[in-house]
Design a protein around this ligand. Sequence first.
Ligand code: C5P
Length: 400
Amino acid sequence: MEDAEKRTIVLGVSGGIACYKAAELVRLLVQEGFSVQVVMTREAMEFVTPLTFQTLSGRPVATETFSLTQESEIGHIRLAGQAHLLVIAPATANIIGKITAGIADDLLTTILMATKAGVLIAPSMNVHMFENPILQENIGKLKALGYHFIEPTEGYLACGYEGKGRLPEPEDILEEIRRLLKKKDLIDERLLITAGPNQEPLDPVRYVSNRSSGKMGYALARVGLRRGAKVTLVSGPTSLVPPSGARLISVRTAAEMREAVLQEFANATAVVMAAAVADYRPEQYVSKKLKRAEGPIVLKLQPNPDILRELGERKNGRILIGFAAETEALVKNATKKLREKHLDLIVANDVTQEGSGFEGDTNAATLMDRKGAVHSLPLMSKEELADRIYDYLIEIRNSR
Ligand code: C5P
Protein backbone atom coordinates (compact mmCIF):
# COMPACT_ATOMS: atom_id res chain seq x y z
CA MET A 1 0.00 0.00 0.00
CA GLU A 2 1.27 3.45 -0.87
CA ASP A 3 2.70 5.50 2.02
CA ALA A 4 1.42 2.95 4.52
CA GLU A 5 4.10 3.84 7.03
CA LYS A 6 2.99 7.45 7.04
CA ARG A 7 -0.61 6.56 7.73
CA THR A 8 -1.99 6.86 11.18
CA ILE A 9 -5.26 5.34 12.22
CA VAL A 10 -6.82 6.47 15.46
CA LEU A 11 -8.93 3.53 16.57
CA GLY A 12 -11.63 4.39 19.05
CA VAL A 13 -12.87 1.42 21.03
CA SER A 14 -16.16 1.87 22.85
CA GLY A 15 -17.70 -0.49 25.37
CA GLY A 16 -19.30 -3.43 23.61
CA ILE A 17 -18.59 -7.13 23.83
CA ALA A 18 -17.07 -6.98 20.31
CA CYS A 19 -14.05 -5.13 21.80
CA TYR A 20 -12.11 -8.36 21.51
CA LYS A 21 -12.47 -8.22 17.73
CA ALA A 22 -10.94 -4.72 17.74
CA ALA A 23 -7.75 -6.32 19.07
CA GLU A 24 -7.53 -8.43 15.92
CA LEU A 25 -8.17 -5.33 13.80
CA VAL A 26 -5.19 -3.60 15.46
CA ARG A 27 -3.01 -6.59 14.66
CA LEU A 28 -4.06 -6.56 10.99
CA LEU A 29 -3.52 -2.80 10.67
CA VAL A 30 -0.05 -2.96 12.21
CA GLN A 31 0.83 -5.90 9.98
CA GLU A 32 -0.10 -3.77 6.97
CA GLY A 33 2.21 -0.94 8.06
CA PHE A 34 -0.25 1.48 9.65
CA SER A 35 0.56 3.34 12.84
CA VAL A 36 -2.33 2.69 15.17
CA GLN A 37 -3.22 4.86 18.13
CA VAL A 38 -5.89 3.22 20.22
CA VAL A 39 -8.26 5.35 22.28
CA MET A 40 -10.53 3.50 24.71
CA THR A 41 -13.62 4.66 26.50
CA ARG A 42 -14.00 3.88 30.19
CA GLU A 43 -16.65 1.27 29.37
CA ALA A 44 -14.38 -0.44 26.82
CA MET A 45 -11.81 -0.98 29.57
CA GLU A 46 -14.40 -3.07 31.42
CA PHE A 47 -14.26 -5.57 28.54
CA VAL A 48 -10.58 -5.59 27.53
CA THR A 49 -7.59 -4.06 29.29
CA PRO A 50 -5.53 -1.32 27.60
CA LEU A 51 -2.52 -3.63 27.90
CA THR A 52 -3.91 -5.86 25.13
CA PHE A 53 -4.15 -2.91 22.73
CA GLN A 54 -0.87 -1.39 23.87
CA THR A 55 0.95 -4.66 23.18
CA LEU A 56 -0.61 -5.07 19.73
CA SER A 57 -0.24 -1.44 18.62
CA GLY A 58 3.17 -0.87 20.23
CA ARG A 59 1.93 2.43 21.66
CA PRO A 60 0.40 3.46 24.96
CA VAL A 61 -3.37 3.52 24.80
CA ALA A 62 -5.02 6.88 25.33
CA THR A 63 -7.85 6.74 27.81
CA GLU A 64 -8.24 9.97 29.70
CA THR A 65 -8.74 13.59 28.74
CA PHE A 66 -7.47 15.01 31.99
CA SER A 67 -4.50 12.78 32.77
CA LEU A 68 -1.49 15.13 32.92
CA THR A 69 1.06 12.70 31.49
CA GLN A 70 -1.23 11.46 28.75
CA GLU A 71 -2.30 14.95 27.80
CA SER A 72 1.29 16.18 27.51
CA GLU A 73 2.46 13.08 25.63
CA ILE A 74 -0.51 12.55 23.36
CA GLY A 75 -3.00 15.37 23.66
CA HIS A 76 -6.46 15.17 22.19
CA ILE A 77 -5.90 17.89 19.61
CA ARG A 78 -2.68 16.28 18.44
CA LEU A 79 -4.37 12.88 18.21
CA ALA A 80 -7.19 14.42 16.24
CA GLY A 81 -4.73 16.12 13.89
CA GLN A 82 -2.48 13.08 13.39
CA ALA A 83 -5.18 10.77 12.18
CA HIS A 84 -5.59 10.02 8.48
CA LEU A 85 -8.71 8.19 9.48
CA LEU A 86 -10.61 7.76 12.69
CA VAL A 87 -12.21 4.37 13.12
CA ILE A 88 -14.66 3.53 15.88
CA ALA A 89 -14.96 -0.23 16.25
CA PRO A 90 -17.03 -1.34 17.97
CA ALA A 91 -19.29 1.70 18.17
CA THR A 92 -22.07 1.48 20.75
CA ALA A 93 -25.48 3.11 20.46
CA ASN A 94 -24.29 5.41 23.23
CA ILE A 95 -21.25 6.78 21.40
CA ILE A 96 -23.21 7.20 18.16
CA GLY A 97 -25.81 9.13 20.16
CA LYS A 98 -23.16 11.33 21.71
CA ILE A 99 -21.49 12.13 18.38
CA THR A 100 -24.85 13.02 16.83
CA ALA A 101 -25.72 15.29 19.75
CA GLY A 102 -22.32 16.98 19.71
CA ILE A 103 -21.38 15.78 23.16
CA ALA A 104 -17.66 15.66 23.93
CA ASP A 105 -17.41 14.44 27.48
CA ASP A 106 -14.49 12.02 27.27
CA LEU A 107 -11.29 11.66 25.29
CA LEU A 108 -12.74 9.77 22.32
CA THR A 109 -15.71 12.07 21.79
CA THR A 110 -13.44 15.11 22.21
CA ILE A 111 -11.08 13.81 19.52
CA LEU A 112 -14.06 13.16 17.27
CA MET A 113 -15.16 16.73 17.74
CA ALA A 114 -11.69 18.09 16.99
CA THR A 115 -10.73 15.99 13.97
CA LYS A 116 -10.84 16.98 10.32
CA ALA A 117 -10.05 13.41 9.22
CA GLY A 118 -12.65 11.01 7.84
CA VAL A 119 -14.50 8.91 10.37
CA LEU A 120 -15.53 5.28 9.90
CA ILE A 121 -18.05 3.95 12.39
CA ALA A 122 -18.68 0.22 12.91
CA PRO A 123 -21.83 -0.12 15.02
CA SER A 124 -22.20 -3.30 17.04
CA MET A 125 -24.94 -4.01 19.55
CA ASN A 126 -28.06 -6.02 20.30
CA VAL A 127 -30.40 -6.29 17.31
CA HIS A 128 -33.21 -4.36 19.01
CA MET A 129 -30.85 -1.56 19.97
CA PHE A 130 -29.65 -1.46 16.38
CA GLU A 131 -33.20 -1.29 15.04
CA ASN A 132 -34.19 1.42 17.51
CA PRO A 133 -35.46 4.38 15.47
CA ILE A 134 -33.48 6.83 17.61
CA LEU A 135 -30.22 5.10 16.67
CA GLN A 136 -31.29 4.76 13.03
CA GLU A 137 -32.10 8.45 12.90
CA ASN A 138 -28.71 9.26 14.41
CA ILE A 139 -26.95 7.10 11.83
CA GLY A 140 -28.91 8.84 9.07
CA LYS A 141 -27.88 12.27 10.35
CA LEU A 142 -24.23 11.29 10.62
CA LYS A 143 -24.23 9.78 7.12
CA ALA A 144 -25.65 13.03 5.78
CA LEU A 145 -22.74 14.83 7.45
CA GLY A 146 -20.22 12.59 5.66
CA TYR A 147 -19.48 10.03 8.36
CA HIS A 148 -18.83 6.58 6.92
CA PHE A 149 -20.48 3.45 8.29
CA ILE A 150 -19.81 -0.23 7.90
CA GLU A 151 -22.99 -2.20 8.45
CA PRO A 152 -23.11 -4.76 11.24
CA THR A 153 -23.61 -8.32 10.05
CA GLU A 154 -26.34 -10.74 10.96
CA GLY A 155 -25.94 -13.79 13.13
CA TYR A 156 -25.70 -14.99 16.67
CA LEU A 157 -25.28 -12.09 19.11
CA ALA A 158 -23.50 -12.33 22.45
CA CYS A 159 -26.69 -11.25 24.23
CA GLY A 160 -28.34 -14.49 23.09
CA TYR A 161 -30.40 -12.97 20.26
CA GLU A 162 -30.07 -13.69 16.55
CA GLY A 163 -30.09 -10.77 14.17
CA LYS A 164 -28.24 -7.78 12.82
CA GLY A 165 -25.72 -6.31 15.21
CA ARG A 166 -22.48 -8.25 14.93
CA LEU A 167 -19.28 -6.32 14.35
CA PRO A 168 -18.08 -7.21 10.82
CA GLU A 169 -15.01 -9.42 10.62
CA PRO A 170 -11.76 -7.45 11.18
CA GLU A 171 -10.66 -8.33 7.61
CA ASP A 172 -13.77 -6.63 6.24
CA ILE A 173 -13.25 -3.52 8.39
CA LEU A 174 -9.65 -3.41 7.16
CA GLU A 175 -10.82 -3.58 3.54
CA GLU A 176 -13.20 -0.67 4.20
CA ILE A 177 -10.28 1.32 5.69
CA ARG A 178 -8.17 0.61 2.61
CA ARG A 179 -11.00 1.83 0.40
CA LEU A 180 -11.50 5.03 2.34
CA LEU A 181 -7.80 5.90 2.23
CA LYS A 182 -7.27 5.16 -1.43
CA LYS A 183 -7.25 7.85 -4.09
CA LYS A 184 -10.46 7.58 -6.13
CA ASP A 185 -8.90 7.91 -9.56
CA LEU A 186 -11.08 5.25 -11.25
CA ILE A 187 -14.36 6.84 -10.32
CA ASP A 188 -15.44 7.17 -13.96
CA GLU A 189 -14.59 3.60 -14.92
CA ARG A 190 -17.01 0.72 -15.16
CA LEU A 191 -14.71 -2.26 -15.12
CA LEU A 192 -15.63 -5.64 -16.49
CA ILE A 193 -13.22 -8.15 -15.00
CA THR A 194 -13.06 -11.88 -15.63
CA ALA A 195 -11.39 -14.28 -13.24
CA GLY A 196 -10.63 -17.90 -12.58
CA PRO A 197 -10.67 -21.01 -14.70
CA ASN A 198 -13.43 -22.59 -16.73
CA GLN A 199 -14.66 -26.11 -16.26
CA GLU A 200 -15.65 -27.90 -19.43
CA PRO A 201 -17.75 -30.92 -18.49
CA LEU A 202 -17.07 -34.29 -19.95
CA ASP A 203 -19.65 -36.31 -18.05
CA PRO A 204 -21.65 -35.59 -14.84
CA VAL A 205 -18.57 -36.02 -12.62
CA ARG A 206 -15.59 -35.03 -14.76
CA TYR A 207 -14.39 -31.88 -16.43
CA VAL A 208 -11.42 -30.36 -18.24
CA SER A 209 -9.98 -27.31 -16.47
CA ASN A 210 -6.74 -25.49 -15.64
CA ARG A 211 -4.80 -24.36 -12.58
CA SER A 212 -6.12 -20.79 -12.39
CA SER A 213 -7.13 -19.84 -8.82
CA GLY A 214 -8.87 -16.58 -9.74
CA LYS A 215 -6.61 -14.62 -7.36
CA MET A 216 -5.40 -12.14 -9.98
CA GLY A 217 -8.91 -11.29 -11.17
CA TYR A 218 -10.22 -10.96 -7.61
CA ALA A 219 -7.27 -8.71 -6.70
CA LEU A 220 -8.12 -6.56 -9.73
CA ALA A 221 -11.72 -6.36 -8.53
CA ARG A 222 -10.76 -5.39 -4.95
CA VAL A 223 -8.25 -2.76 -6.03
CA GLY A 224 -10.60 -1.37 -8.68
CA LEU A 225 -13.32 -0.92 -6.06
CA ARG A 226 -10.85 0.76 -3.69
CA ARG A 227 -9.96 3.24 -6.42
CA GLY A 228 -13.60 4.10 -6.98
CA ALA A 229 -14.52 2.04 -10.05
CA LYS A 230 -17.77 0.17 -10.53
CA VAL A 231 -16.87 -3.48 -10.90
CA THR A 232 -18.60 -6.39 -12.57
CA LEU A 233 -16.76 -9.61 -11.90
CA VAL A 234 -17.45 -12.57 -14.18
CA SER A 235 -15.93 -15.47 -12.37
CA GLY A 236 -15.31 -19.10 -13.13
CA PRO A 237 -15.41 -21.55 -10.19
CA THR A 238 -13.00 -20.45 -7.43
CA SER A 239 -12.79 -20.82 -3.66
CA LEU A 240 -12.39 -17.05 -3.16
CA VAL A 241 -14.68 -14.65 -1.31
CA PRO A 242 -16.07 -12.09 -3.76
CA PRO A 243 -15.25 -8.50 -2.79
CA SER A 244 -18.20 -6.61 -1.36
CA GLY A 245 -19.52 -3.99 -3.74
CA ALA A 246 -18.69 -5.96 -6.89
CA ARG A 247 -21.47 -7.33 -9.05
CA LEU A 248 -20.64 -11.01 -9.28
CA ILE A 249 -21.69 -13.19 -12.19
CA SER A 250 -20.71 -16.81 -11.61
CA VAL A 251 -20.12 -18.97 -14.65
CA ARG A 252 -18.62 -22.34 -15.34
CA THR A 253 -17.83 -22.95 -19.02
CA ALA A 254 -16.15 -20.68 -21.56
CA ALA A 255 -19.48 -20.48 -23.41
CA GLU A 256 -21.20 -19.18 -20.26
CA MET A 257 -18.37 -16.74 -19.66
CA ARG A 258 -18.64 -15.51 -23.23
CA GLU A 259 -22.35 -14.94 -22.88
CA ALA A 260 -21.97 -12.99 -19.62
CA VAL A 261 -19.08 -10.91 -20.95
CA LEU A 262 -20.84 -10.02 -24.21
CA GLN A 263 -23.92 -9.06 -22.23
CA GLU A 264 -21.96 -6.77 -19.88
CA PHE A 265 -19.61 -5.35 -22.50
CA ALA A 266 -21.97 -2.60 -23.67
CA ASN A 267 -21.98 -1.04 -20.24
CA ALA A 268 -18.22 -1.28 -19.57
CA THR A 269 -15.58 1.42 -20.09
CA ALA A 270 -12.71 -1.06 -19.74
CA VAL A 271 -12.33 -4.83 -19.73
CA VAL A 272 -9.66 -6.81 -17.93
CA MET A 273 -9.67 -10.45 -19.03
CA ALA A 274 -7.74 -12.10 -16.24
CA ALA A 275 -9.62 -15.39 -16.55
CA ALA A 276 -7.81 -18.42 -17.87
CA VAL A 277 -10.47 -19.12 -20.43
CA ALA A 278 -10.54 -22.73 -21.54
CA ASP A 279 -9.28 -22.91 -25.10
CA TYR A 280 -10.91 -26.30 -25.66
CA ARG A 281 -13.94 -28.24 -24.50
CA PRO A 282 -14.75 -31.94 -24.86
CA GLU A 283 -16.52 -32.37 -28.16
CA GLN A 284 -19.20 -34.50 -26.56
CA TYR A 285 -20.84 -34.30 -23.20
CA VAL A 286 -21.92 -37.73 -22.02
CA SER A 287 -24.94 -37.56 -19.76
CA LYS A 288 -24.06 -40.78 -17.88
CA LYS A 289 -20.77 -41.28 -16.05
CA LEU A 290 -18.22 -42.84 -18.40
CA LYS A 291 -17.47 -46.39 -17.34
CA ARG A 292 -13.97 -47.66 -16.96
CA ALA A 293 -13.06 -49.95 -19.84
CA GLU A 294 -10.08 -51.95 -21.00
CA GLY A 295 -7.52 -49.96 -22.97
CA PRO A 296 -7.17 -46.23 -23.68
CA ILE A 297 -9.97 -43.92 -24.66
CA VAL A 298 -9.67 -40.99 -27.03
CA LEU A 299 -10.90 -37.60 -25.95
CA LYS A 300 -11.71 -35.24 -28.79
CA LEU A 301 -11.60 -31.51 -27.98
CA GLN A 302 -13.25 -28.68 -29.83
CA PRO A 303 -11.87 -25.12 -29.73
CA ASN A 304 -13.82 -22.55 -27.72
CA PRO A 305 -14.48 -19.08 -29.09
CA ASP A 306 -11.82 -16.52 -28.19
CA ILE A 307 -13.82 -14.04 -26.13
CA LEU A 308 -11.21 -11.32 -26.01
CA ARG A 309 -10.67 -11.43 -29.75
CA GLU A 310 -14.40 -10.92 -30.25
CA LEU A 311 -14.34 -7.91 -27.93
CA GLY A 312 -11.29 -6.50 -29.71
CA GLU A 313 -13.26 -6.42 -32.95
CA ARG A 314 -15.94 -4.18 -31.48
CA LYS A 315 -14.13 -2.27 -28.75
CA ASN A 316 -15.35 1.17 -29.74
CA GLY A 317 -13.17 3.27 -27.43
CA ARG A 318 -13.16 0.81 -24.55
CA ILE A 319 -9.81 -0.08 -23.07
CA LEU A 320 -9.06 -3.78 -23.41
CA ILE A 321 -6.53 -5.48 -21.19
CA GLY A 322 -5.56 -9.10 -21.68
CA PHE A 323 -3.30 -11.57 -19.95
CA ALA A 324 -0.83 -13.95 -21.49
CA ALA A 325 0.51 -16.91 -19.57
CA GLU A 326 3.58 -18.04 -21.45
CA THR A 327 6.17 -20.71 -20.99
CA GLU A 328 8.55 -19.45 -23.70
CA ALA A 329 9.32 -16.37 -25.87
CA LEU A 330 7.28 -14.18 -23.52
CA VAL A 331 7.61 -10.79 -25.22
CA LYS A 332 7.29 -12.15 -28.74
CA ASN A 333 4.18 -14.24 -28.03
CA ALA A 334 2.50 -11.57 -25.94
CA THR A 335 3.14 -8.85 -28.55
CA LYS A 336 1.56 -11.08 -31.15
CA LYS A 337 -1.56 -11.51 -29.00
CA LEU A 338 -1.73 -7.79 -28.26
CA ARG A 339 -1.84 -7.09 -32.02
CA GLU A 340 -4.11 -9.93 -33.05
CA LYS A 341 -6.70 -9.28 -30.36
CA HIS A 342 -6.57 -5.48 -30.68
CA LEU A 343 -5.65 -5.01 -27.02
CA ASP A 344 -4.47 -1.78 -25.43
CA LEU A 345 -2.37 -3.52 -22.82
CA ILE A 346 -1.21 -7.07 -22.23
CA VAL A 347 0.03 -8.45 -18.95
CA ALA A 348 2.42 -11.29 -19.67
CA ASN A 349 3.60 -13.86 -17.16
CA ASP A 350 6.33 -16.36 -17.51
CA VAL A 351 4.49 -19.12 -15.65
CA THR A 352 7.63 -21.21 -15.36
CA GLN A 353 9.16 -18.60 -13.05
CA GLU A 354 9.02 -19.14 -9.27
CA GLY A 355 6.28 -17.06 -7.56
CA SER A 356 4.69 -16.02 -10.84
CA GLY A 357 1.37 -16.80 -12.44
CA PHE A 358 -1.13 -19.35 -11.19
CA GLU A 359 -2.30 -20.08 -7.65
CA GLY A 360 0.12 -17.93 -5.58
CA ASP A 361 -0.38 -14.47 -4.09
CA THR A 362 2.46 -12.94 -6.08
CA ASN A 363 3.16 -12.31 -9.71
CA ALA A 364 6.05 -11.10 -11.83
CA ALA A 365 4.65 -9.61 -15.01
CA THR A 366 5.70 -7.71 -18.09
CA LEU A 367 3.34 -5.01 -19.31
CA MET A 368 3.26 -4.22 -23.01
CA ASP A 369 1.24 -1.58 -24.81
CA ARG A 370 0.35 -0.82 -28.42
CA LYS A 371 3.17 1.68 -28.79
CA GLY A 372 5.70 -1.08 -28.24
CA ALA A 373 6.65 -0.15 -24.67
CA VAL A 374 7.78 -3.13 -22.58
CA HIS A 375 7.86 -2.82 -18.79
CA SER A 376 9.22 -5.76 -16.86
CA LEU A 377 8.00 -5.54 -13.29
CA PRO A 378 9.62 -7.26 -10.34
CA LEU A 379 7.87 -9.90 -8.24
CA MET A 380 5.04 -8.24 -6.31
CA SER A 381 1.72 -9.08 -4.71
CA LYS A 382 -1.23 -9.52 -7.06
CA GLU A 383 -2.85 -6.46 -5.48
CA GLU A 384 0.23 -4.34 -6.20
CA LEU A 385 0.23 -5.62 -9.77
CA ALA A 386 -3.45 -4.70 -10.04
CA ASP A 387 -2.51 -1.16 -8.96
CA ARG A 388 0.21 -0.99 -11.64
CA ILE A 389 -2.22 -2.21 -14.30
CA TYR A 390 -4.71 0.51 -13.34
CA ASP A 391 -1.98 3.18 -13.30
CA TYR A 392 -1.27 2.11 -16.87
CA LEU A 393 -4.97 2.17 -17.76
CA ILE A 394 -5.17 5.78 -16.56
CA GLU A 395 -2.06 6.64 -18.58
CA ILE A 396 -3.62 5.15 -21.73
CA ARG A 397 -6.88 6.99 -21.03
CA ASN A 398 -5.01 10.31 -20.59
CA SER A 399 -2.92 9.87 -23.74
CA ARG A 400 -6.04 9.65 -25.90
O1 C5P B 1 -4.44 -16.67 -26.51
P1 C5P B 1 -4.44 -16.76 -25.04
O2 C5P B 1 -5.44 -17.75 -24.51
O3 C5P B 1 -3.11 -16.96 -24.40
O4 C5P B 1 -4.91 -15.30 -24.61
C1 C5P B 1 -4.89 -14.87 -23.33
C2 C5P B 1 -5.92 -13.80 -23.12
O5 C5P B 1 -7.07 -14.03 -23.91
C3 C5P B 1 -6.40 -13.76 -21.69
O6 C5P B 1 -6.66 -12.44 -21.35
C4 C5P B 1 -7.65 -14.62 -21.73
O7 C5P B 1 -8.54 -14.28 -20.70
C5 C5P B 1 -8.20 -14.33 -23.10
N1 C5P B 1 -8.90 -15.45 -23.72
C6 C5P B 1 -10.20 -15.32 -24.13
N2 C5P B 1 -10.87 -16.35 -24.71
C7 C5P B 1 -10.25 -17.53 -24.93
C8 C5P B 1 -8.90 -17.68 -24.54
C9 C5P B 1 -8.25 -16.61 -23.95
O8 C5P B 1 -10.77 -14.27 -23.93
N3 C5P B 1 -10.91 -18.52 -25.47
